[in-house]
Design a protein around this ligand. Structure first.
Ligand code: AMP
Length: 425
């Protein structure tokens, strides 16, 4: 099915083709005609489903219609489209999709991207003379409104992208303040990967007779990601990672770890071993984060070691391998992490390192995902650790378990007890 058959103008259909989009993904096929009709949309869609272009393409078409109707030179631009996103990375990414799809249009909209953690001044400068489309995180958007850098009274379309994440990150109050600044009559587009009760309540309060778009689990997408689990000892994971990167010839790898510190340590060890690796986490400045991502996209880094900061929203085309060095906290996080690979039908590989003490946790993730992965063992890295013994059995049979051998203190205590027993005889 070609894009043009969804009601998009030939210019936009060509813009999509220029980005290599041969035909619409399921979320695009359902959402685009509804958005073009002016309907509200309730879309349950993961990142990787093509959800960004699903709202960007029809919103650009609406912009074209507005731009064509507007007489040239008639006053400043007024924000007609507002996209709210939870993170800086997603803001930058949506802005990039907007700009690249708008580029070939005869009258492309002025797009301004705004997020916190960086100086507000360049964003205020960018808003001089107005803007047509603003992509922003809620807190910074409110700051800009307070600075009188923009008005929201002419917004015709509102997009909430990754609404579940917006609430997860505690943006609910800011969101309400932004909503109060918008005209009541407008189109609302609601995109979320999950719909827990708070997200459903928000959707109900916001949407008017929405068209429902449900493509949460595209089978071809799930199938395009090969998932593997490797049993390994905790202290040998970095060596195993190094071994796999070299032996399997992985050219681009995103490695997930639990803490910023681990991200630093693992990246440094890999780097010292001659693998081009760098950390990515929330302690880096926004400038450094943007740079790392761009360099990773440009294939200047082979490995990026990250916390869950990169698990959502970040789109790195042709990312073949994701490694869970530390397991994610939940099954939902697992889906988001492995969703960084196998994007929009490309094939990908997700490898999870399963240490003995994480085995029970991984089984829970498998259960929630309806998965059952064999635990592979890599020659030379066969695990020797076992799951921690239950307290009842801890006195016996622990000799072979790392960390369970009697410590020096235990031996001293035992010797003292034996001596006391002897002297008492
Ligand atoms: P998203 O879910 O919006 O983060 O998009 C995931 C990835 O799919 C991005 O790399 C897009 O460039 C790509 N993509 C979006 N739409 C299509 C399409 N119709 N055909 C192929 N790739 C697409």
């Amino acid at each position: 099915m070609p894009f043009a058959s969804l009601g998009l103008s030939p210019a936009l259909a060509r813009a999509a083709a220029a980005l290599g989009f041969a035909s619409p993904t399921p979320v695009q096929a359902q959402a685009i005609p509804a958005i073009l009709r002016g309907a509200d949309v309730w879309a349950s869609a993961q990142t990787g489903s093509g959800k960004t272009a699903a709202f960007v393409l029809p919103l650009l078409q609406q912009h074209q219609d507005i731009a064509l109707a507007r007489a040239p030179g008639t006053g400043a631009r007024r924000v007609h489209t507002l996209v709210l996103v939870p993170t800086r990375e997603l803001a930058a990414q949506v802005g990039e999709v907007l700009r690249s799809l708008a580029q070939p249009l005869p009258q492309p909209p002025k797009v301004v991207v705004a997020f916190g953690g960086v100086s507000i001044n360049p964003q205020m400068m960018a808003l001089r003379g107005g803007a047509d489309v603003v992509v922003a995180t809620p807190g910074r958007l409110l700051d800009l409104v307070e600075h009188k850098a923009l008005k929201l009274s002419a917004v015709q379309s509102l997009v909430l992208d990754e609404a579940d994440r917006l609430l997860d990150l505690g943006f609910s109050e800011e969101l309400n303040r932004v909503l109060a600044l918008l005209p009541p009559r407008r189109q609302n587009l609601f995109f979320s990967a999950t719909f827990p009760p708070a997200v459903q309540a928000l959707a109900h309060s916001l949407l008017h007779e929405p068209v429902r778009v449900e493509v949460a689990h595209e089978p071809e997408q799930a199938l395009s990601i090969a998932q593997r689990a490797m049993a390994v000892d905790t202290g040998r994971r970095t060596q195993l990672l190094r071994h796999l990167i070299t032996q399997e010839g992985w050219e681009r790898v995103l490695v997930f770890v639990a803490t910023k510190y681990t991200a630093e340590v693992v990246a440094e060890k890999l780097y010292k071993a001659g693998i081009h690796a760098t950390p990515f986490h929330g302690d880096l400045s926004q400038g450094a984060r943007t740079q790392v991502l761009q360099e990773f996209k440009d294939a200047r880094w082979q490995v990026v070691v990250t916390t869950d900061l990169a698990a959502r929203g970040i789109d790195i085309a042709q990312l073949p391998v994701v490694v869970n060095y530390d397991l994610p906290r939940s099954a939902v996080d697992y889906v988001h992490r492995i969703g960084r690979t196998g994007r929009a039908g490309a094939s990908g590989l997700a490898v999870s390192f399963v240490t003995a003490d994480a085995e029970a946790h991984f089984r829970l993730i498998e259960k929630r995902q309806h998965l059952s992965l064999p635990r592979e063992q890599v020659a030379g890295f066969e695990p020797t650790e076992q799951a921690p013994a239950s307290p009842a059995g801890s006195a016996e049979g622990t000799g072979g378990i790392k960390g369970k051998r009697p410590s020096k203190k235990d031996k001293l205590r035992a010797a003292a007890a034996a001596a006391a027993a002897e002297s008492g005889n």
